[in-house]
Design a protein around this ligand. Sequence first.
Ligand code: PSU
Ligand code: MN
Length: 313
Amino acid sequence: MTNFQIHYGEQVTRARRDGRPVVALESTIISHGLPHPDNLRVAREIEQTVRDNGAVPATIGMIGGELVVGLDDRQIEHLALAEGVAKLSVRDLAVAAAKRADGATTVAATSAVAAAAGIGVFATGGLGGVHREANVTFDESADLTTLARTPIVVVCAGVKSILDVGATLERLETLGVAVAGYRTKRFPGFFITDGGFDVDWQLDSPDEIADVMRARTDHGVGAGALILANPLPVDEQLEPALHDRTLAEGLALLSRGGITGKAVTPFLLSHFHASTEGQSLAVNVRIILRNSALAARIAAAHTPAPAPVGFTA
Ligand code: PSU
Ligand code: MN
């Protein structure tokens, strides 16, 4: 990600100058993951949550071929409401830039751009991963391979339960991506609290995660991301029976409709949102807001307190 020109929004420019904590946010959840018009309201709530928890939000996306770190409200509104906003993974960035396209960045593209911009913490809903039947389709999200070479903390609720959770954890191990649970050793399944697998590490506070970030810089080993899995409380998850039924229907519709490639994730998410009458949407929003709050607290814990006014070193 070197040499790619980045345009910084006004508030992020100021935060960088003043050494204030910044949290990266992705735009694919806005354009492709959440239904209109809730997506615009949620995008604003995510940013406000980051502010309320002590950091400056940097929503990342592409406008007219320019990579923007810290989209302003008008640009977020455009990516939320315009038709034909492209879904951009890392491989798409150069082509989209040359075409002066408008695009929303995935976890992969957002983390690559954020790390290039020197941002250490990123909040999202759920990572992409290994799809069910990937042994036949080879459908594995580029989120995984990108996180293998991107030094950033990604706060998420695990991987979406629409994926093969166990296979995704195996791939993360192979790729050298660290995985820790926040106050748990059970890996969450996005809409559901427990995705069915244990992870090796548990981290319990923003300070502890900031220590891991510093240790990584100090020791200089391993260039990959840290996935911090932050499960929903059990009483806030999507009811597991409703979840399983909706997922089975969605997967059947997927194969009947011949839907493949980058359309799979948006299709399954919108099936959930439509057929649970908004229950999965409410859960999805809670996930993102909780992760944004935690990410902001981690960024704040990792940023040295500013010197008092008038202080000169
Ligand atoms: N998690 C969500 N909603 C989303 C996504 C993740 O809760 O919309 C998006 C992210 O941008 C992620 C992408 O990077 O889906 C993964 O898409 P794919 O499986 O095509 O790589
Ligand atoms: Mn895919």
